[in-house]
Design a protein around this ligand. Structure first.
Ligand code: C2E
Ligand code: CA
Ligand code: CA
Length: 510
């Protein structure tokens, strides 16, 4: 009960008590008769008029008090409602009206069932719908997904902890039934949705875990389901994984890596190393590709293939790239003025509309002429972020920065991209060079990529050149530039200067 109600009630009881007691005393001692006699005795004091006035004022005061009390009650009710609304909003997602992450936390504080199950669901392809059809379509899709889940599980606890993720907590369900139900969820969520007159299809990946098999409480099972979802996401689409112990270990290792990456970016310990790129005709170094290198404090080296993905996942990629690019531009300023710097941009960054500005800022800060910078972009990035990527590539090229298509031949939309985007350089992926001497088919692929480049007037760089025979073959086929262990692996900035003669001439390698 509210404090004011409590006080109003005690006041009323007390006052009523006082009123009853005074009335009883007045009756017992004939107070009114004495009072009337007193008034009659002192007629000239005008006490009757005075008391009539007091009586009227008292009645009006009574009405006034009742009206103010009703006002107060109304105001208090409105305040209570507002507080309830605020509490609801803090625990729910207003879009789907499902509990949010805080709501989930609250629910997990309740006693856990002895037998139960958790499904952690992630929509596949949600981001594409958001990007292609707009966030209103994304919202409609989430609402529809929530509705379908409610239809499948009218009695279960369903929440949306964030983004395109849903959590379902079920009581008294065995693991096989849980698995069966998860299959049903995937089938249901993969059914097409009509959004603004268009048919849209998404999928769902699900991680599941059970109480008591995987955790003693729903909270523990939820952590297991999260780890299982990570594994399920690695499958193409509509993946379903039941928790296994190794998954949790993987998840912990991943969280540890992300934390130490955060610290490494903070301390700026990830540095670019430089791998020479060689003019195959003259043997001169014409440029260097910057490759990020990270040694952790305990001396273990983490591959860029691992930490770049972790940086993308955690959003650290923008800061890390700024650091690397700024440092690489400064290092490049110490090379002879014709030597170029090649720099890798990650797939995710191509979705950043401010990317071109960030690159311009880095070269301006170092004073590097734009013609000396070449950015390398992989095919997958172009497929994922076609519109923004096109705008970025155009902006970079207009400024005079060269753009290279990296790992050519490993993606699936290569040819259409060559038509859609303009590139200055194609880098043939090292997997084609590896066996090009022994494998006739590989050799033919290399030859046709070179022909394609010559036809389109695009320069070709061959990656992963490890043998003299490969370099000779590439040279005879008209390939301009080679890069690989034959000419040198990536080296720290101090060592690159060794490759140039004292007079600043380009050195011949191999
Ligand atoms: P990539 O751009 O294809 O880089 C070439 C990779 O091939 C490098 O691996 C390099 O060390 C390796 N390599 C060079 N020559 C040879 C050779 O002769 N034989 C073989 N087998 N391999 C050779 P690394 O440094 O481990 O980098 C792996 C990938 O990580 C890179 O592939 C690139 O996609 C990414 N990466 C590296 N640094 C950065 C960076 O600063 N930013 C971004 N976004 N990605 C980076
Ligand atoms: Ca590259
Ligand atoms: Ca490459």
């Amino acid at each position: 009960m509210r404090w004011w109600r409590h006080r109003a009630a005690t006041d009323a009881v007390w006052l009523l008590g006082v009123a009853l007691a005074s009335t009883a005393l007045a009756v017992r001692f004939d107070a009114f008769d004495h009072f009337a006699a007193f008034i009659a005795e002192h007629e000239d004091w005008e006490l009757d008029e005075l008391f009539t006035g007091l009586f009227c004022t008292g009645c009006c005061g009574f009405v006034y008090a009742i009206r103010r009390v009703t006002d107060m009650v109304r105001e208090c009710r409105a305040r209570e409602r507002a507080q309830e609304d605020a509490l609801w909003l803090s625990l729910h997602d207003p879009l789907t009206r499902l509990p949010n992450r805080a709501g989930l936390e609250e629910h997990l504080k309740l006693p856990s069932p002895i037998v139960g199950g958790v499904m952690h669901i992630d929509l596949d392809g949600f981001r594409a719908v958001n990007d292609l059809h707009g966030s209103a379509a994304g919202d409609a899709l989430l609402t529809e997904a929530a509705q379908r889940l409610r239809e499948i599980f009218p009695n279960a606890w369903i929440g949306r902890p964030g983004g395109d993720e849903f959590v379902i907590l079920l009581q008294d369900i065995s693991l096989p039934v849980l698995q069966q139900q998860a299959g049903r969820v995937i089938r249901n969520l993969s059914r097409p949705v009509r959004l603004q007159g268009r048919r849209v299809e998404v999928g769902a990946s699900i991680g599941i875990a059970a109480v008591p098999q995987h955790g003693a409480t729903l909270r523990e099972a939820l952590q297991c389901a999260e780890a299982a979802l990570l594994a399920a996401r690695q499958e193409e689409r509509n993946g379903l994984c039941v928790y296994q112990t190794e998954m949790r270990e993987k998840q912990t290792a991943r969280a540890r890596l992300e934390q130490s990456l955060r610290e490494a970016v903070q301390a700026e310990v990830i540095r670019p190393h430089y791998q020479p790129q060689i003019d195959l005709e003259t043997g001169h170094v014409i440029g260097f590709e910057a490759l990020a290198r990270w040694w952790q404090e305990d001396g273990t080296r983490v591959s860029p293939e691992v930490f770049i993905i972790a940086a993308e996942r955690t959003g650290l990629i923008h800061r890390l790239t700024d650091q690397l690019l700024q440092r690489a531009c400064r290092d490049a300023m110490r090379w002879p003025p014709t030597v170029r710097l090649a720099f890798n941009l990650s797939a995710m960054q191509l979705g950043d509309p401010r990317l071109a500005q960030r690159v311009f800022r880095a070269i301006e800060a170092a004073g590097l002429p734009p013609e000396r910078l070449e950015v390398e972009i992989t095919e997958s990035a172009l497929v994922r972020e076609a519109d923004v990527a096109q705008a970025t590539i155009t902006a970079l090229r207009e400024r005079g920065i060269r753009v290279a298509l990296d790992d050519f031949g490993t993606g699936y939309a290569s040819l259409s991209q060559l038509v859609m985007f303009s590139f200055d350089v194609i880098k043939i992926d090292r997997s084609f060079i590896r066996n090009c001497l022994e494998d006739d088919r590989q050799m033919k692929i290399v030859k046709s990529i070179l022909g394609l480049g010559q036809g389109l007037g695009i320069e070709i760089t061959a990656e992963g050149v490890e043998k003299t025979g490969q370099a000779d073959l590439l040279r005879s086929l008209g390939c301009h530039i080679g890069q690989g262990y034959l000419f040198g692996a990536a080296m720290p900035a101090e060592e690159t200067e060794r490759l140039f003669g004292q007079d600043g001439q380009k050195a011949a390698v191999a």
